[in-house]
Design a protein around this ligand. Structure first.
Ligand code: PLP
Length: 435
């Protein structure tokens, strides 16, 4: 498998380079040179394949002979070790639950797969690898859980003190082992700036092998295409046109769906559902893309003003607005409507949906009103208990917290408190990580 940068399609790197580097030097994004259509036999047998078998087929279709089949099978089995069930609300609407992983959000798929892939490629290296991650809350938990106990890899997570939820903080600070949390007395931007400076620092680079676990890493994108096949497999009557509705922020999740379609999955249409941060729906409606600062909402994992994967979407459509808008519709909903969505799903279907999924539900409902002969799948990106305050307030009742989240509350937090000063960060890294 070879990959190019969206900013320069003439230079190729191999998968290992793309995964360890994350971002190409020209600031584009890595894309697979080829996205082959899966063989006909695969689709004929889809119904009989397990989720892991689907993942292995999709993966080897993209990777070619980059990783020997036995190794790839082991890697996929370890990474994709929780289900993605499809829950039917009515004849037209189903929910794909993507929150059955350790951090209760779909990011577990990307983070776990990336961790296993990095661990695999890292076996050829003698020197320990240090992953630096800045998080505003959600991503850090998935990354920490993904890399937990991966041999040869240490993870240092920087998070802004007092600016993540109590349970998010517990997810970052209670694992121990190869996961180290730094509580930064500053903002998320401060955390990100510290990580950036570390990558630019000559002394650190000479003494440590550094990498990032950035959300734009191609190893996080690819596994997100697996569950589109898994959802499709669970649908009755394949002859009905099926649309996928994706609550979106950085648009990695939706872009992975586009990959699945390129690989031959018969997806009729995509819906890009956003909160008030609506630059992509606006682009789809007008043909003009205007990045702007994000605004805070109650579906805060989608508060993105300049989605990083938009460059990949443009690349897949050769920058043609007409083609993109014929395959993707975009709708945006504000917080009041989102709350009504949470309420409606509960009252109508007795199903507790989170605020991100609710945005998706509203968008799908809107679309199905115009296209009543189709059916749709909403990707439910997080468990409602991750956004418990808002959901309980709207429903005016207590909701269940899964055991794996509940037990965190009693665990001891372990984090190193630090001012947002680069010298302090650097000294800490040299004293604690460099050998
Ligand atoms: C990250 C996230 C999203 C947005 O996903 P993108 O791939 O960035 O579009 C939506 N919902 C939840 C719960 C998330 O954590």
């Amino acid at each position: 498998m070879r990959l190019y940068s969206t900013n320069n399609k003439d230079i190729f790197v191999d998968l290992k380079t793309a995964v360890f580097q994350g971002l190409p030097e020209d600031n584009g994004l890595y894309m697979p040179e080829q996205i082959p259509v899966l063989p006909k036999g695969f689709f004929e047998e889809l119904k009989d394949f397990s989720f892991q078998e689907i993942a292995l087929n999709v993966c080897s279709n993209l990777f070619g002979d980059t990783i020997p089949m036995n190794d790839l099978a082991k890697l996929v089995t370890e990474a994709i070790n929780f289900p993605a069930p499809l829950v039917k609300l009515d004849e037209q609407i189903s929910i794909l639950e993507l929150f059955h992983g350790p951090s209760l959000a779909f990011k577990d798929f990307g983070a776990r797969f990336m961790a296993k892939l990095m661990g695999y490629f890292n076996e050829e290296e003698d020197k320990e690898l240090t992953i630096l991650v800045a998080t505003s809350g959600d991503t850090g938990g998935a990354v920490a859980a993904g890399f937990y106990k991966t041999p040869g890899i240490r993870v240092v997570i920087l998070y802004p003190s007092g600016k993540v939820s109590n349970l998010q903080e517990k997810q970052l600070t209670t694992l121990g082992h190869n996961i180290q949390a730094l509580e930064i007395d500053g903002t998320f931007d401060d955390c990100q700036a510290l990580v950036k400076q570390a990558f630019l620092n000559k002394e650190l680079r000479s003494k440590l092998r550094l990498s990032s676990a950035n959300s734009i890493n191609i190893a996080r994108l690819i596994p997100q295409s697996f569950y589109y096949f898994q959802a499709y497999k669970q649908l009755p009557d394949p002859s009905t046109s099926t649309v996928f509705c994706v609550p979106s922020g950085n648009f990695g999740n939706l872009t992975a769906g586009l990959l699945a379609k390129k690989m031959g999955l018969p997806i009729d249409h995509f819906i890009a559902a956003t909160n008030a941060n609506d630059v992509v729906p606006e682009y789809l409606a007008t043909g003009t893309y205007t990045a702007r600062p994000s605004v805070p909402t109650i579906s805060n994992a989608m508060d993105v003003g300049n989605p990083s994967n938009f460059a990949r979407m443009l690349d897949l459509y050769s920058s043609t607005w007409n083609t993109m808008k014929s395959e993707i519709s975009g709708y945006s909903f504000d917080d009041d409507l989102t709350r009504e969505g949470v309420k409606e799903v509960f009252e109508k279907y007795n199903y507790v949906i989170d605020t991100h999924g609710a945005v998706g539900y509203l968008a799908l409902k809107y679309y199905l009103n115009i296209h009543p002969q189709k059916r749709g799948v909403v990707l439910e990106t997080a468990h409602p208990s991750k956004f418990i305050d808002e959901v309980e307030k709207v429903l005016d009742q207590k909701i269940d917290i899964p055991e794996r989240l509940a037990i965190l509350a009693d665990k001891e937090k372990e984090a190193v408190f630090m001012k947002p000063e680069f010298e302090d960060f650097k000294t800490w890294l040299l004293d604690n990580i460099a050998s």
